[in-house]
Every structure is written in structure tokens, then in C-alpha cells.
Ligand binder design. Structure first.
Ligand code: GUN
Length: 293
């Protein structure tokens, strides 16, 4: 029987721990974990993500602020805002929602965020720590961190002898995911749009991570029987069966097909998505604890 990896349930576990540790931190030091989420422009998907991050932060007992900036905001103004948040003692985590408008250099903004408040784990310092195996002291990007917890529930912490294939080489998911799998002793291959015979490569994977942003791209016959499939994709596709103009969320994996073959699989929605937000809260708490010494 295929095991459906319930991201909502595992995320609730993580959040229960975060809430408890937050109460302890507040009680013993008076420090309230603070997160600032910055959104530029009106991308509807980003607005939904940002609202749910704020809501979860408040549920955890955090101080949560959102900065909503106009689409036309200049790069200099955004740099100035990030610098003011870097200096703000009430803020332990800063997240600038991506993508940013085209006229803003996202790489510059990411590097402006203090590595000590970089709860997304995108800053060079944190990327470098993960790349050199210093995972414990780094802020690990939230989606790969959440995916690793799900993999751990199936395989434990040591992935020695297991083949992992990560489809997608983004800085946000694919590359850090590959580094975390490597740090856990898996044998890792990163596949991408230029990879030859992707289906055959995917069939070698004991752990298959799909992070490409293409709806239902990974088919059932790409999955090795019994493999663990982690679907990072969140894609909105038309759903005429629900009525005209309606849509539904699907992952990068063709779930009905893959679920017949996999040993364990994450659904969309209710898989990696809830884990990402939970890990953002965990990273913010970690940052607040660090300031307590
Ligand atoms: N946009 C999509 N995913 C993410 C993420 O994990 N962090 C940020 N900052 N923006 C995103």
C-alpha cells in the first residue's frame, strides 16, 4: 500500500513544538520572535502565500509585520527598508517574497538581508554553510527543510545507499535540496530541462523530488516501484469539471498515476506546502533563540 505523506499533520507537529518553545522563550527572556514579510506588487499567488505566513506567525505567538509595497517601488527604497529591518531588534526573521518586479535586482535584495535574519536561507552565507555541510548553524531554505523532514519520516535521518533524483535546479529548492540529501548521505543527481532521458533517470530514484513548476510532468512510469515521491510543485490548472473558469491545484507529479507505483508520496495540496510555512516559523524561532544567547 502506498503511504500518503500528510504534510498538514507533520506541519502541525512542527508548529506545536514552535508554539511551546515560543512560550518558553517569552516566559524566560521576554523576547518575542518577530518576523517581517515584505511583498512588492500585486501577484495574486504571492499575496495568498504572504497572508498565510502572517496568519501562522500570529498563531505561533510571534510579532508579525507585513510591508506591502507598490509595484513601482524603487530598488533603493526596498534596500532601505531591508536595512531598517536588519537594524530592528524586534525583528528576527526577514522574508522578501519572490518574485520581485523586473526592475528590481532580486539578487541584490537577497544579499542585503542580514545572514542572521535570513530565515529563507537564500543569503550567500547560509547557502555556503549548507554547501559545506554546516547545516546545523545555517538557516535552511524552508521548502527543502520541510521536504527533508517528510523524507526522514519514511527513511530516517541516514540515507546511505539510497539514490535521490532532484528534478529542478532552482536556488530556492533544487540546489539546496540536493545539498541536504547529500549531507544525509544519499547519492544525489540533479536533473533539469537539459537532462537526457529524464524518465529513465527518474526510474533510478529511491527518493524522487519534483521541483520544476510544470503541472503533472512526472508520470507514473517515471517512478520506481516503492520509491518515495516528494512533489514540491504548486500549479493552478483549469478545472472545467468544477464549473466554467474554475481552477484546481496540482503538483509537478501526475498524482493518480504515481500514487499507484510509489511506496510513499506527498499530495498537492496538503503535502510540502504546509511544511514550508512551518519551517519558516521554526527558522524565525531559531533566530530569536540565537539573540537570547
Ligand atoms: N516565492 C516562492 N517561494 C518562496 C520562498 O520560499 N521564499 C520567498 N521569499 N519567496 C518565495
Amino acid at each position: 500500500m502506498t503511504q500518503v505523506i500528510d504534510g498538514k499533520l507533520i506541519a502541525e507537529d512542527v508548529l506545536t513544538g514552535v508554539k511551546k518553545a515560543t512560550s518558553e522563550l517569552v516566559a524566560t527572556t521576554g523576547i518575542i520572535p518577530g518576523i517581517a514579510v515584505v511583498i512588492v506588487g500585486e501577484d495574486p499567488a504571492s499575496q495568498v502565500y504572504v497572508a498565510s505566513k502572517g496568519r501562522k506567525a500570529r498563531e505561533c505567538g510571534f510579532h508579525s509585520v507585513q510591508h506591502t509595497l507598490d509595484e513601482t517601488t524603487s530598488e533603493e527604497d526596498l534596500v532601505a527598508l531591508v536595512e531598517s529591518l536588519n537594524a530592528d531588534e524586534a525583528i528576527h526573521g526577514i522574508l522578501v517574497q519572490l518574485p520581485l518586479p523586473k526592475h528590481i535586482d532580486a539578487a541584490r535584495i537577497i544579499q542585503t538581508i542580514s545572514p542572521d535574519k535570513d530565515v529563507d536561507g537564500f543569503n550567500f552565507i547560509n547557502v555556503g554553510k549548507i554547501g559545506t555541510g554546516e547545516v546545523e548553524t545555517a538557516f535552511v531554505p524552508c521548502t527543502p527543510a520541510g521536504s527533508m523532514i517528510m523524507i526522514e519520516r519514511i527513511h530516517g535521518r541516514d540515507l546511505s545507499g539510497l539514490n535521490a533524483v532532484v528534478v529542478g535546479r532552482s536556488n530556492i529548492v533544487g540546489k539546496p535540496m540536493a545539498n541536504l540529501l547529500l549531507a544525509a548521505n544519499a547519492t544525489v543527481t540533479i536533473a533539469h530541462s537539459r537532462t537526457k532521458d529524464l524518465p529513465a533517470l527518474c526510474r533510478t530514484a529511491d527518493i524522487l523530488v519534483a521541483a520544476v513548476g510544470r503541472p503533472q510532468m512526472v508520470k507514473g512510469d517515471w517512478v520506481k516501484p516503492g520509491a518515495t515521491v516528494i512533489d514540491v510543485g504548486i500549479n493552478r490548472i483549469p478545472a472545467p469539471e468544477k464549473g466554467e473558469g474554475k481552477t484546481r491545484l496540482v503538483g509537478d507529479v501526475d498524482y493518480p498515476e504515481a500514487a499507484k507505483v510509489a511506496g510513499a508520496i506527498t499530495p498537492v495540496p496538503g503535502g510540502v506546502g504546509p511544511m514550508t510555512i512551518a519551517m519558516l516559523m521554526a527558522n524565525t524561532l531559531k533566530s530569536a533563540y540565537r539573540t537570547a544567547g
